[in-house]
Write a protein that binds this ligand. Structure first.
Ligand code: NDP
Length: 401
């Protein structure tokens, strides 16, 4: 059905191309490109071993727009799937516009020298994509991505609007390491050390990072401490669902993780400004990344489950109702299927499904879209048939926390 160019041979890229290869009637031709060619080749070998499908591999610096445009033309791709880092989003959107192909990513743009992420930079491409007759889908991972599609589906089928939404991201997995992040350490640590913000009664409310802690009993995982955090889908959900009164995001962390991040922050290792070290400039957080475990090596070690979903309350003809919609994913089952742990799996699968929606022409309107703006039904069906089945239950009331 379509030719795709995937940029980024990390944990998420590895899962996405594997799942594309498992859907050969949709993804008829797959090219994987990254900064380091050997990483693409390792992934291609794993894809061939598990699925028998051969994917093409090549090297590219995604910050180099001209090089990416040349690669797009050479690959004949009609869709670029950006699974590199948030720093590359704008360069890759520029390349798509110049080469005339569609775009999809899983994380919003963030300047490298400022730990600040927001959609304004990418939303500013709206007119250019519309005029070119091209689509750009932003944030088609799990969160953002599935959590926003869950909200759109609940709003379409269960409620007449959304008054309260809490997004709960629980990783009940254990990799046996004293400290390791389960996706790119630099992006992960920038995210968790940022001030927590949530949307309430028409305004952002700020709380110091990692200070608001609540225990929650997650289905199939059990009780875990979750922390209030800022997450990018809050910005798009409150914009596209303007009736939302309160939107919050919570993520679970164990005490050991919190202790490590606190110490690293206190000693200055999470800084992103350059410091001089033996006559050479280094960025402490980037140095830290190079000594931490590589998340894509954790698959074999990680046991336990993730449970990510939304608790949503809103009006219906019979009065207000509350729904809890979630997916459970087992780290060991993911590893057995594709050779990666559940955090990469829960991001790579929705990236593949979003790409399938675009290649199938189900998500085809020209312009720049967040996933909650698109029809959720076919995407929700593909979650069930591609390894991320979901459940929705009605709760008596919105939990108080
Ligand atoms: P990794 O660090 O494992 O992989 C990123 C890949 O991008 C690496 O292979 C790296 O190249 C490549 N890359 C970086 N810079 C360039 C460049 N200039 N040109 C070409 N390739 C480049 O990250 P993850 O796989 O963990 O995460 C991928 C993306 O997914 C991130 O944007 C992350 O924020 C997002 N994400 C989204 C989630 C969601 O639910 N929405 C959840 C988790 C992650 P190389 O190694 O070849 O040098």
């Amino acid at each position: 059905m379509g030719r795709v160019l995937v940029i980024g041979a990390g944990g998420v890229g590895a899962v996405a191309v594997m799942k594309m290869a498992m859907n050969p009637e949709i993804f008829t031709d797959i090219t994987l490109a990254s900064r380091t060619l050997s990483k693409c080749e390792d992934i291609a070998a794993n894809v061939r071993k598990r699925t028998g499908v051969t994917i093409k591999t090549t090297q590219v610096d995604a910050m180099d727009v001209a090089a990416t445009v040349a690669l797009i033309r050479e690959s004949g791709a009609e869709l670029l799937v950006n699974l590199a880092l948030p720093y590359q989003d704008l360069a890759l959107m520029d390349a798509c516009l110049e080469a005339g192909i569609h775009y999809l990513d899983t994380a919003n743009y963030e300047p490298e020298d400022d730990a600040k992420f927001e959609y304004s930079w990418q939303w500013a491409y709206q007119d250019r994509f519309k005029e070119a007759g091209l689509s750009a889908v932003l944030g088609s991972g799990f969160d953002p991505g599935v959590t926003s599609i869950f909200a759109a589906w609940v709003r379409k089928h269960k409620l007449d609007g959304i008054r309260l939404i809490d997004i709960l991201d629980c990783n009940g997995g254990d990799n046996g390491k004293p400290f390791a992040t389960n996706f790119n350490p630099e992006i992960n640590i920038r995210e968790v050390t940022a001030i927590a913000r949530h949307w309430e009664n028409g305004d952002w409310v700020e709380t110091p990072a990692m200070t608001r802690k609540v225990a929650f009993d997650f289905p199939e995982v059990g009780e875990k401490n979750m922390y209030l955090m800022y997450h990018e889908e809050l910005e798009s959900l409150k914009t596209h669902f303007p009736e939302v009164e309160r939107a919050r995001f919570w993520m679970t962390f164990g005490d050991a993780y919190i202790n490590h991040v606190t110490v690293l922050q206190n000693v200055g290792m999470t800084r992103i400004d350059p410091v001089m070290h033996e006559g050479q400039e280094i960025i402490p957080l980037q140095f830290l990344k190079s000594v931490l475990p590589d998340p894509s090596d954790l698959g074999e070690l990680t046991k336990g489950k993730t449970c990510i979903g939304d608790i949503i309350t809103g009006p219906t003809a019979e009065g207000e109702k509350t729904c809890y919609i979630y997916n459970i994913c087992d780290h060991e089952e993911c590893f057995a299927e594709v050779g990666s742990q559940a955090v990469a799996y829960t991001t790579g699968v929705p990236a593949m499904i979003g790409a399938a929606m675009m290649l199938k022409g189900i998500w085809k309107a020209p312009g720049v879209w967040n996933t909650e703006q698109l029809d959720p039904d076919a995407f929700m069906d593909m979650l069930n048939t591609n390894g991320l089945p979901w459940q929705v239950v009605e709760l008596d009331a919105h939990p108080v926390f």
